[in-house]
Design a binder for this molecule. Structure first.
Ligand code: PMP
Length: 325
């Protein structure tokens, strides 16, 4: 029994009960542990599908170059797809991302261009703008644009959602998920709500991001935008993959609460996961404390692995510098 290529190992990740951090909570909290994907994150699913769909639509040809703005995980997924299918990769990344993420992408053969974080998305120096410019300049290049490419949501609708439904025997009542591009939560939520319209989808947002206020007021409030440290969730734009009808409620989680919960997941649950996993679990438990009932089953998605955060939240000196330890 073997796979013909590592990309065939994408998906079918385990669902694992949280036992310690959930003390005092009624109901069951299960974690969808996405670091079991070959690129160590949930983004393998959508990256592979964006490339497959682009091939079908004739948007990328053999020998082409994939160009994307990515915080690292999508880049890893795209790099694996590129290796499987024979493409080159160039990724633009903001300078707030951990250096590990750049090195990992270089290890799998991608070229990485680091861009400043604290500029507007429309600024020519932003990682969005640089990716678009390269796409315009380089012949036979394809810019997947994970924010607005609906193959992103579709990948989670076709794989992650059905997996969670089957793994819980159709008993899942709540979904909790950090929101960046929105593809993970919206794909899963759409599938689960089609099976059972009563499934509740909780989106976790960051302080410094526009989502929660937009959901509650319909206003894109620029005063909500300011720098924060959590990687992978929260946005200063409204991506097309965020379908607010599929997200029932948003909660914001601070950088510190997320970091502290991530470290607890590693020490108390044996789940050596990434920073936004702490955001998702902290927010999910805050909601669960008030609302979860005995028979409820909440599934929280843990997007990636802890190795990418060794220099930050898993580094005691760094944590002390932040005043978080
Ligand atoms: N956590 C991490 C670490 C991520 O890289 C991402 C992707 N930006 C997310 C959470 C959010 O997932 P999505 O983009 O599907 O909303």
């Amino acid at each position: 029994m073997y796979l013909n290529h590592i990309v065939e190992a994408i998906g079918n990740t385990p669902l694992v009960k949280l036992n310690k951090v959930t003390e005092g909570i009624r109901g069951t909290v299960l974690a969808k542990v996405e670091y079991f994907n070959p690129g160590n994150s949930v983004k393998d699913r959508m990256a592979f599908k964006m490339i497959e769909d682009a091939e079908k639509a004739g948007l990328i040809k053999p020998g082409g170059t994939i160009i994307e703005g990515t915080s690292g995980n999508t880049g890893m997924g795209l790099a694996l797809a590129a290796i499987a299918k024979g493409y080159k990769c160039i990724f633009t990344m903001s300078d707030k991302q951990g250096k590990e993420k750049q090195d990992i992408l270089k290890a799998v053969g991608a070229q990485v261009i680091v861009c400043p974080t604290d500029v507007a998305p429309t600024d020519p120096r932003s990682y969005y703008s640089v990716a678009r410019k390269l796409n315009a300049e380089i012949p036979n290049s394809f810019y997947p644009n994970q924010y607005d490419n609906l193959s992103n949501t579709a990948a989670n609708y076709e794989s992650t959602g059905p997996e969670i439904w089957t793994q819980t025997d159709g008993k899942v009542t709540h979904l909790a998920c950090g929101v960046g591009t929105g593809g993970t939560i919206c794909g899963i939520s759409q599938y689960l709500k089609e099976q059972n319209p009563n499934v509740f989808a909780l989106g976790l947002d960051t302080y410094g991001s526009v989502f929660k206020k937009y959901k509650e007021t319909g206003i894109f409030d620029e005063t909500e935008i300011y720098p924060y440290k959590t990687e992978g969730i929260g946005e200063d734009i409204l991506p097309q993959n965020v379908n607010f009808d599929l997200i029932d409620m948003f909660l914001k989680v601070s950088d510190q609460d997320a970091a502290v919960m991530t470290r607890r997941l590693a020490k108390e649950e044996g789940l050596f996961v990434g920073w936004s996993c702490g955001s998702a679990v902290h927010g999910a438990l805050e909601y669960a404390k008030e609302h979860l009932k005995e028979d409820d089953i909440l599934v929280v998605v843990l997007p990636d692995h802890g190795t990418r955060y060794l220099g930050k939240i898993y580094n005691d000196d760094w944590m002390r510098e932040q005043g978080w330890l």
